[in-house]
Design a binder for this molecule. Sequence first.
Ligand code: FAD
Length: 311
Amino acid sequence: PYEVLIVGGGPAGASAAIYSARKGIRTGVIAQRFGGQIMDTVAIENFISVSATEGPKLVANLEQHVMDYDVDVMKAQKAVALRQSNGADGKRVEVTLENGATLISKSIILATGARWREMNVPGEQEYRGKGVAYCPHCDGPLFKGKRVAVIGGGNSGIEAAIDLAGIVEHVTVLEFADTLRADDVLQRKARSMNNIDIITAAMSTEVLGDGQRVTGLNYTDRATGEEKTVALAGVFVQIGLVPNTDWLKGVVELNPRGEIMVDSRGETSIPGVFAAGDVTDSAYKQIIISMGSGATAALSAFDHLIRLPAQ
Ligand code: FAD
């Protein structure tokens, strides 16, 4: 069996793999898509000590760094089930893959990440990274002095609007429902800023562009049925970040958002099962934070292993 089996090959999983392998323990990584969300990222300017890079370039560096060590990387494999079992010398965790294989390990690190909920309107995919953005901390500064929209009037949408309003020229918030769901304190703050407009009962219908970049957004005013267009350079979609935990429901403890609950050592509700990165209930979801929590989970897994009874 493996000593540490990591599910996920994004920054959290890669960091956990390097930290585990450096302890000389038998390490495996299962990754549906190595690199995770970074593969979809165009410009990265907040990976500290690297002024600017691109997603695929950072993924290549990550993979090279993992490959410097003796790690079994199983790419294009999807984990579909996790369960505890008893080995001859103590507890084991089994991970079943979609292809039917079962892998056994003494400890597990769950790093399956998350995905942004999409609007599913024409133009969204075409202009992804060309004006359509999902992360204000990441891409906000790219829109300095420009006009943008934020889709979604929940806490993350209004937080994004307040954040962006300090950088960009103007922010239009579009919310599908008749009222905002964000906390009052955030709504008050947003309404007090003179470069934020809030439009409720607005159904976004299309991202417009000139073939190169976003130029506007169409929406339907749900009260009147009227079609409207806003001219802008960026659309920040803030309608939810969904953790990849469908296969873990009822297995490890999740919070109401479906994120894996971890303690300060990255341990889940099952001893010997750790989690890291965007899949956890961490407050912020960023590359550097995922890597830090991957390192924490790996060190905690090692700590767990050295306490297991000798074989
Ligand atoms: P992920 O990157 O989501 O990786 C999850 C891994 O798990 C993948 O390998 C996936 O294939 C695998 N996986 C999932 N389910 C299974 C399964 N069942 N079995 C096996 N494998 C599975 N952050 C920044 O810091 N700076 C930025 O500029 C930035 N820009 C971004 C731009 C975009 C468009 C997006 C989408 C995100 C951006 N982020 C940015 C956020 C950053 O990418 C994430 O915080 C980070 O990738 C999270 O890392 P992770 O390893 O936890 O998860």
